[in-house]
Design a protein around this ligand. Structure first.
Ligand code: HEC
Length: 90
């Protein structure tokens, strides 16, 4: 009897874990589909005013991008998308 309870718990735990992992995977995908402009609008306002694309030149945006990738805890992919957007808009 005890064994059956344990197995049932195990099955439920595995099921819950798979649902959890699935939900993380789908939100990751949603982030991956975001444009640079969208990521810029959502992330760069968290700590200070969103800088305008006209504020810096292309080379400066590259440096700022690396700096803010660390500050904002962005993935390399997200930071690159934001930098491309900021560079293309001026
Ligand atoms: C977690 C907070 C945080 C987020 C999110 C953030 N920044 Fe910053 N940012 C800072 C801080 C703090 C500074 C002041 C410089 C320093 O001490 O790092 C700064 C400075 C800057 C500067 C001044 C130049 C420089 O490099 O210091 C620019 C431009 C800038 N941020 C752009 C951005 C952009 C673009 C984003 C979105 C990708 C962003 N920031 C997201 C915290 C943040």
């Amino acid at each position: 009897m005890k064994k059956i309870k344990f197995i049932t718990c195990l099955i439920i735990a595995v099921f819950m874990a798979s649902v959890f992992i699935q939900s993380c995977a789908s939100s990751k995908e949603a982030i991956a589909n975001k444009s640079g402009a969208q990521l810029w609008g959502e992330n760069c306002i968290r700590c200070h005013n969103t800088p305008s694309p006209a504020d810096f030149n292309d080379a400066q945006w590259k440096t700022v991008g690396l700096h803010m990738q660390v500050r904002a805890n962005l993935t390399k992919d997200e930071a690159e998308k934001i930098v491309v957007f900021l560079q293309s808009a001026n």
